[in-house]
Design a protein around this ligand. Structure first.
Ligand code: ADP
Length: 397
């Protein structure tokens, strides 16, 4: 069957059509600047990118343009919309309500709506995408796949913060974790690659993209992860600070004479390797700068790598060991220097990198030496494929 996978943000929307039998991507692309001037990128498998500048004042119009492109008689990947058998939506926050994916009926959508307080920037935009698709394809089944769901197996001791328990009971303030679709996909695939049962492995997945998080997967279940109530906690990211003393927020607010919103904008948008380096949030720029001995570039990379290595150590403790460490997402898949830097802290675990194998970019590969006590993998994530598989599992015949 063919699954349309939709990842809808507030002003952009990414899509793929995947044939779930062959797991081939038939077409993919994105709509950008929805509500502003509008731009559609469409790419049929084996063809170049087509870019159309056109007004798309609403998400519904953006999705209509995607559907039109998909069935365009000349360049479309499908003959008719009847060839779309189901739609899989990436949904960011499922709170404690969703420990797995769900068919999107009225009751489920109401429950997703109730999670909007927890992710005010993401869930409302996700829901707009779902409703637009429902209006345009009323008879096609839709599935929601949550970024938080995989982490619902975390034990209480991992997800509670050290604050008054009333805040958990009243407002559900706790660690939820994100990138769950990626952590689940990568840890499962890692088990296949090392040829061991998923239910018997201790795996640490380092998802290092613009957003970054790390996850301890024990016997096929997430037992801890670095992102928290929101995607701000944990690792240093492109522009997000990751862990910081909450006391620094009050201190900064007073010194800079700004309110809480101003502090949050700093921590979300002006921090991370961008803030540390004063150069860029992109690792390619940082590595180029560091190669020329730029202090900011070196500072950002060293601080970033050290934080990842500390979290790996924490998760080895949480699982009392580790069998496999995976690097995934933009930086993890394409950054040999970052992987080498992290592994240089892990000699005490018996981690030995194979320098030649580690030069790989964007491919599945064992990058540890044969005598390494822990297997280290470069393993590209594929969240769209994972969403398509979930969608088929819940709607397929
Ligand atoms: P997200 O999905 O969170 O937006 P990605 O997983 O696509 O992010 O990762 C994007 C980041 O990956 C870029 O900001 C860049 O730093 C990094 N990246 C991409 N290609 C390379 C490369 N060849 N070398 C080093 N880093 C890279």
């Amino acid at each position: 069957m063919n699954v349309l996978v939709i990842n809808c943000g507030s002003s952009s929307l990414k899509y793929q059509v995947i044939n779930s039998d062959t797991e081939e991507v038939l077409a993919k692309g994105l709509c950008e600047r929805i509500g502003l001037d509008g731009r559609l990128v469409y790419q049929k498998a084996g063809c170049g990118k087509e870019i159309t500048e056109a007004d798309m004042p609403t998400h519904k119009q953006a999705i209509q343009m995607v559907l039109d492109a998909l069935v365009n008689p000349k360049t479309g990947a499908l003959k008719s919309l009847g060839e779309i058998d189901a739609v899989g939506h990436r949904l960011v926050h499922g709170g404690e309500k969703f420990a797995c994916s769900a068919v999107l009926n009225d009751e489920v959508l109401q429950a997703v709506e109730e999670c909007c307080d927890l992710a005010p920037l993401h869930n409302p935009a996700n829901l707009i995408g779902v409703r637009a698709c429902q209006e345009l394809m009323p008879d096609v089944p839709m599935v929601g796949v949550f970024d938080t769901a995989f982490h619902q197996t975390m034990p209480e001791k991992a997800y509670l913060y050290g604050i008054d328990y009333d805040y958990y009971e009243k407002y559900k303030v706790r660690k939820y974790g994100f990138h769950g679709t990626s952590h689940s996909y990568v840890s499962k695939r890692a088990a296949e690659l090392v040829g061991k049962p998923y239910e018997e492995l201790k795996t640490i997945v380092c998802h290092l993209g613009n957003g970054a998080s790390i996850c301890a997967v024990k016997n096929g279940k997430s037992v801890d992860t670095s992102m928290g109530l929101t995607p701000l906690e944990g690792l240093i990211m492109g522009t997000r600070s990751g862990d910081i003393d909450p006391g620094a927020m009050e201190y900064l607010a007073k010194k800079e004479n700004i309110d809480l919103e101003g502090v949050m904008a700093i921590l979300n948008k002006k921090s991370g390797v961008q803030g540390l380096s004063h150069i860029s949030s992109d690792f390619r720029d940082l590595e180029a700068a560091a190669a020329k001995d730029d202090k900011g570039g070196i500072r950002a990379l060293e601080t970033y790598i050290y934080r990842v290595a500390k979290y790996v150590g924490a998760y080895v403790a949480a699982m009392n060991g580790v069998d496999v460490i995976c690097f995934t997402a933009g930086v993890g898949e394409n950054g040999p220097d970052t992987r080498k830097g992290v592994c240089s802290y892990l000699g005490y675990l018996g981690v030995k990198l194979d320098d030649a194998a580690n030069q790989v970019r964007g491919e599945e590969k064992v990058i540890s030496a044969p005598d390494s006590k822990v297997t280290v993998l470069c393993l590209p994530t594929n969240e769209e494929l994972a969403i398509a598989r979930e969608t088929v599992a819940l709607t397929g015949k």
